[in-house]
Design a binder for this molecule. Structure first.
Ligand code: PMP
Length: 488
């Protein structure tokens, strides 16, 4: 498997020269001063709502594959990957070549939603990768360049097609930050969607997990829809993530996904599958719906489909295509560079079997990480699918669950400590989940075996350090602070 950057790089050492570098006397001090100045100006000028920048005080200046180099010369292994966007890692040669080709060709960069050869190639490649049964009757709407805009488009589409307005969404969901998408997300407070239980083993709302917990979740969904006094009128659609990412890396069992398909089909409710994060090989199938074999009515796609540049589309069954011209207009729906980068990425993932590789590498990572839950009492659960992996940090001293094998309380302060310790060891990880207590890994699908080992070693070492400190703190009666839900 071809990996395009030097495999594992030591932390804290400046990289070899690429382009013009300051290597004269005092260069390291100048680099550190520049780095600190940029961070200082960022915190003085940017919004209180900034997210990742708070926990990751780094200033990326160069990146290749899994590796990022900061302005201070430090190098990091990046398992955040632009929140799961970078299927091929940073600056993959095929992506750079595709972008350069458009730039050198004299093609217009801004075209609204007009037809272009670049767009035609993207649509052809996208349809080629989609599940065939879905693709054969599919239409695509290019959206404003963010996953959340494609979610809004999906809602608008099914509302226009059904004449109904309600929406079914799940506990723990994350669909974006614009009004409609936010309302369908688990953290919403001002809500007009009906919330249904998403199946999960570790914190199963029915206390049993497994197939039985998932079946009860499905029955609850059925009963809400069929009970004429449930308070949930027949909705315009149901939206679900095949694996909840921001919700804490919770893969839905395939049987449950199939049950959702049967339940919605039997009641003529369009099923919207949000594959913004799970798409393009991430979960070990090109599209996560392939695991369960369902054919959704609508798929929402973004992140990796733009090959690291902004792009979002909604793809749907042509029966639903009854909305009016201009129903989801927007100026920036024709990003030619993103389409070219996306075409190259989709083709590369398909041609190099990277979904299969994600399945194999992800399984190996889980095998190595699962023992951490036995070794360290602050690791409550290790779970994932493909290269979406999460470790849930818990408070081992917290009030026990009524069920002796049940989960301990979430420990956001320990998760944040693991993230910090990872960063000290040159590893960038994301936090997610309820109360930001899940340490998340989203490495590029091109990660090599050697890099995988380096990531796992650093993570295990960070968990070990945090566990030792937490034990020491407990012995000395010190407490951590509680956190809220973290960045997306
Ligand atoms: N849906 C899912 C499943 C996501 O993970 C995200 C982003 N994390 C979104 C929608 C929103 O995408 P964006 O941030 O591009 O608006």
């Amino acid at each position: 498997m071809a990996v395009t950057e030097s495999a594992v790089v030591p932390v804290g050492t400046p990289g070899e020269s690429e382009g013009v570098r300051d290597t004269g006397p005092g260069a390291a001090e100048r680099a550190r001063a520049a780095h600190e100045g940029i961070l200082r100006r960022q915190s003085a000028r940017e919004s209180a709502a900034r997210t990742y920048a708070r926990a990751l005080p780094i200033v990326p200046v160069r990146a290749r594959g899994l590796t990022i180099e900061g302005a201070d010369g430090r190098r990091y292994l990046d398992c955040l990957s632009g929140a799961g966007t970078l299927a091929l890692g940073h600056n993959h040669p095929v992506v750079l070549e595709a972008v350069r080709k458009v730039l050198d060709s004299g093609a217009p960069l801004h075209v609204l939603d007009l037809a272009t050869p670049v767009k035609d190639a993207f649509t052809t490649e996208l349809f080629r990768t989609l599940p065939p049964r879905f693709a054969e009757r599919a239409r695509v709407q290019f959206c404003g360049p963010a996953g959340t805009d494609a979610v809004e488009a999906a809602f608008k589409l099914v509302r226009a097609a059904t004449g109904r307005s309600g929406m079914l969404a799940f506990t723990g969901a994350y669909h974006g930050m614009t009004a409609g998408a936010l309302e369908a997300s688990g953290g919403a407070t001002d809500v007009r969607v009906a919330r249904l239980p998403y199946p999960q083993d570790y914190r199963c709302p029915f206390g049993i997990g497994g197939d039985r917990g998932a079946e009860l979740a499905a029955r609850w969904t059925e009963s809400l829809l069929d009970d004429t006094k449930s308070g949930v009128p027949l909705p315009a659609g149901m939206i679900l993530e095949p694996v909840q990412g921001e919700g804490g890396v919770i893969p839905a069992p395939d049987t449950w996904t199939r049950r959702m398909r049967e339940i919605t089909r039997a009641r003529s409710i369009p099923l919207i599958v949000d594959e913004v994060q799970t798409g393009v090989g991430r979960t070990g199938a090109f599209w996560a719906v392939e695991h369960s074999g369902i054919t959704p009515d609508v798929m929402v796609l973004s992140k990796a489909i733009g090959g690291s540049l902004p792009l979002a589309v909604v793809v749907y069954h042509d029966d639903l295509d009854v909305w009016q011209p201009g129903a989801h207009a927007g100026t920036f729906r024709g990003n030619q560079l993103a389409m070219a980068a996306g075409t190259a990425t989709l083709a590369y993932v398909r041609e190099h079997g990277l979904a299969e590789r994600a399945a194999a590498v992800g399984a190996r990572m889980l095998d190595r990480l699962r023992p951490l839950a036995t070794e360290f009492d602050c690791v409550g659960d290790v779970r994932g699918r493909g290269l979406m992996i999460g470790l849930e940090l818990v408070d081992p001293e917290g009030p026990p669950h009524p069920d002796p094998d049940g989960p301990r309380p979430a420990a956001p302060e320990l998760a944040a400590a693991v993230q910090r310790e990872c960063l000290r060891r040159g590893l960038i990880v994301e936090l997610g989940g309820r109360r930001s207590s899940v340490v998340r890994l989203l490495p590029p699908l091109t990660i090599s075996d050697e890099q995988t080992s380096a990531v796992l070693d650093r993570l295990a070492d960070a968990v070990s350090a945090v566990s030792a400190t937490a034990r020491g703190d407990r012995r000395h009666g010190r407490d951590g602070e509680q956190g809220a839900d973290g960045p997306r």
